[in-house]
Each structure stands twice: as structure tokens, then as C-alpha cells.
Design a protein around this ligand. Structure first.
Ligand SMILES: *Cc1c(COP(=O)(O)O)cnc(C)c1O
Length: 415
């Protein structure tokens, strides 16, 4: 058995595989406990059902595994290093490793998912790909892989976000993608998603909708989690080499929709050995209106096709999320994470804008790595927790900070 073949296997090598099977994989209808499912308009049913009834078989097929493994290695740049952060370790009083997803092509973990789903689209015989994007990172990743695989690509983006994230719009255009400005509603991610879905309904036969996180109707959350699970698969191998154990005492990751956290947690979920910690963007604070801390301030509801925790008013209107980080300001969270929270299998702690900004500066100065603002939310957890010297902590360094330099500069040169 090659290492590739084990990637999607549910019977993973851990001894407590029973528990692992139960909690990182949804049931037939796409439910993780009380969360998940596929709440979709009838018009979308054939599309979603086509994917649902084929995705497992395609993921397990030899051709998919071979193509995916090769692209991850030679195009994305995997395995990404697991870096022992000496200075950070000294500061925290425990061993800290950084899983360097920021070194993936295009600068974040997002490409793992996009490469996999673009291959999935080809296997399903789809000729066009559409995607939604907020800050533009998922849009850039999608435009990148579509250029490589010669698939026509359309990205829906709120017009307000297009103005705010100009460099990413230019990247997508240079890569040959068509970027469509969405003028409706708040002209940001939620409206871009609505517009992408509307387009999909009208072009069901030839179009694949490539979702950017562990959200949306079943099977998307499961599909994205499996594609990103390469992160924890590599951590196990790398940690065994460094520490003589596959299992860290802690894994820490930021959660917007939840894909980098799902990938970093996947093979550790329910193992009884590893504390899984997600950080969510609290914006100005969980008790304020300007927050994106879905788990700490949300209630059960339905958003973009699945049942999960989401920020809403008393009568169920979705509330706009706020975070200094454009990649985390989503009013919902993946159903897997809602389930992990409800069962206590993972903990989710809120991190404010200010705490994240300070953590970004801290990592830059301690280790010479400028992290993405999203990623800085994970690093801020170090300040909020107490560790033992024997603890071995892995932090998912989800992305690099080039795109956030302007925000950093504004904050740190503020009078
Ligand atoms: C998009 C993004 C995130 C948030 O998305 P998840 O699906 O929660 O991982 C986090 N970090 C970086 C660098 C991103 O680009």
C-alpha cells in the first residue's frame, strides 16, 4: 500500500479507529450528530445528488489518487514542513511546531482542496468551474488550478470586496478567470455565494461549483475535510520522526468556514490523546455586535445548504459577521466543527482583532515568519492557554501574510 492509498481510508492506523470513524465522517445523509445535511432548493438536487453519489468512489479510484498525489507533491509543494519553532517554544514553555501551509503554492492551504475538487469536476465530466470568493484567496486558488487544467473559470465576488482586495482580483484576471462583480445585498461573500448558486441552478449540466471551505450542503463539508486531511496525515508522519509519537498533545487552528482546522484535526479527532483547539474571530469582542465568533455567539440554523451554528437575530435573520480578517468573517461554521463543539471533542476560543494583530507581529519577530491575519488568530491562542514543558503543540500555519501587509502597517503605525 502506498502512502497515497491511505489518504482517504476511514480505517486509519490509530488504535481507537472506532471513535475516529464516528466523529470525523458524517452519516449517509451528511449529518455529524445534529449538524450538516443538505437543505437545498429542488432545482439544485440533481447537481448535488450527482456529486453525492459519486464522490467517494472517485476519491478512492486509482486515477484520482495518482493525479491528486502528484499535483500535491509537484504543484502545491507537499509535504509542507513541520517546523520546530525554537524561540516560540521557549516563550510558551512547551514544544511548538508550525505546520507550514503558508508554503503551499498561492500561499495558503486552500490549494489542497481546489486541486482535489477540480480533478473531481473532470471525473464528473464538467466543463466549467464556478466559485465564490470573499477576500479572494479561494478565488485565486481556483483560478490557478483552472489555468493549469485548462478549465474555464468564473468567480463571483462582491463589488465591495473587489474594491477592497484589488491585488487578488488582478491575480484572478491574469490567470484567465472571469471575475463577476456582485452588486446585490451587502456586496460581499454572502451575496457572492447566493449569486454563484443562482448561476449554478441555471447551468446545471456542464458546471461544477467549487466550494472553498467545509461548508455548504452534503457532501461538500465531507469532501473538503477529506481533501484537507492530508495536513494531519503529514503531521503524524513528521511528528513521529521528530518526537517518537504520532499524536501531539494539542493541535491549534483558526476557523473561518473550518477547512484548515478540519484538515489539521482530521486524523486526531476522538483519539483521546490530542486536545483540538479552534480559534474563531471575535472581532471587537464576543459581546459586541462586531464579531464573527459563530460558535461562541451563534445558534442552530440553516445557512448555504446545511444545518449548523450561525449568527442570527432572535427571529432568525442572518447577522453580518465582522473581523479584521476578511478570511474569517463568515456568519456560519462548518457542521463538523459545530458537532465537535457540541460533543466537547474540540474547544473553540474567541480571539479579538487586536489579539490577532499582536500575534502576527509576535511571530514575525520571534520566528521570521509573517503570517496571514487569519492564521494569527491561531497563534493568539498561545497567550490564552497554560502549557506543561512536556506538551507538544502543533499550530496550523494556514497562510502567509503578504496580502495583509497594509492592515498590519495601518495598525502598527497608528499614533
Ligand atoms: C481562507 C483562509 C482561512 C479560513 O478558511 P478555513 O476554511 O476556516 O480554513 C484561514 N487561513 C487562511 C490563510 C485563509 O486563506
Amino acid at each position: 500500500m502506498t502512502s497515497n492509498q491511505k489518504l482517504f481510508s476511514e480505517k486509519h492506523t490509530t488504535s481507537s479507529s472506532e471513535k475516529v470513524i464516528k466523529h470525523n465522517i458524517p452519516n449517509e445523509r451528511g449529518f455529524y450528530g445534529n449538524f450538516g445535511g443538505a437543505y437545498i432548493p429542488e432545482m439544485l438536487y440533481p447537481n448535488v445528488d450527482e456529486l453525492r453519489s459519486n464522490y467517494r468512489q472517485i476519491l478512492e479510484s486509482d486515477t484520482f489518487r495518482q493525479d491528486f498525489g502528484l499535483l500535491l507533491r509537484d504543484y502545491v509543494g507537499r509535504p509542507t514542513p513541520l517546523f520546530y519553532a525554537r524561540n516560540l517554544s521557549k516563550k510558551a514553555g512547551a514544544k511548538i511546531y508550525l505546520k507550514r501551509e503558508d508554503l503551499c503554492h498561492t500561499g495558503a492551504h486552500k490549494l489542497n482542496n481546489v486541486v482535489g475538487q477540480a480533478l473531481m469536476a473532470q471525473h464528473l465530466g464538467k466543463r466549467r468551474i464556478i466559485a465564490e470568493t470573499g477576500a479572494g484567496q479561494h478565488g485565486v486558488a481556483t483560478a490557478t488550478v483552472c489555468a493549469l487544467l485548462r478549465i474555464p473559470c468564473t468567480v463571483f465576488m462582491g463589488s465591495k470586496d473587489m474594491a477592497r482586495q484589488k491585488p487578488n482580483v488582478m491575480r484572478m484576471q491574469m490567470l484567465g478567470a472571469k471575475v463577476i462583480a456582485v452588486e446585490s445585498g451587502s456586496q460581499s461573500l454572502k451575496d457572492a455565494t447566493n449569486e454563484a448558486i443562482r448561476h449554478w441552478i441555471n447551468h446545471p449540466a456542464d458546471t461544477y461549483y467549487l466550494i472553498g471551505s467545509t461548508i455548504g450542503p452534503h457532501p461538500y463539508p465531507d469532501l473538503v475535510a477529506r481533501l484537507q486531511s492530508v495536513i494531519s496525515k503529514e503531521i503524524k508522519v513528521q511528528l513521529l520522526r521528530e518526537e517518537g509519537t504520532e499524536n501531539p498533545t494539542h493541535v491549534i487552528a483558526c476557523a473561518g468556514g473550518g477547512s484548515n482546522a478540519a484538515g489539521a484535526f482530521f486524523h486526531f479527532i476522538g483519539n483521546g490523546k490530542t486536545r483540538l483547539i479552534g480559534t474563531e474571530a471575535a472581532g471587537e469582542g464576543v459581546d459586541t455586535k462586531l464579531t464573527a465568533a459563530t460558535i461562541n455567539s451563534g445558534k442552530a440554523g440553516i445557512i448555504h445548504g446545511c444545518k449548523t451554528l450561525l449568527m442570527q437575530t432572535a427571529d432568525g435573520q442572518v447577522v453580518e459577521a465582522h473581523s479584521v480578517s476578511a478570511g474569517l468573517d463568515y456568519p456560519g461554521i462548518g457542521p463538523l466543527h459545530a458537532h465537535l463543539h457540541q460533543t466537547g471533542l474540540a474547544e473553540f476560543i474567541p480571539v479579538t482583532d487586536t489579539e490577532a494583530l499582536e500575534a502576527a507581529m509576535m511571530l514575525s519577530r520571534e520566528e521570521g515568519i509573517i503570517p496571514a491575519l487569519e492564521t494569527a488568530h491561531a497563534l493568539a491562542a498561545l497567550e490564552k492557554m497554560a502549557f506543561k514543558p512536556t506538551d507538544v503543540i502543533v499550530i496550523s500555519l494556514s497562510g502567509r501574510g503578504d496580502k495583509d501587509l497594509q492592515t498590519y502597517q495601518q495598525y502598527f503605525t497608528k499614533p
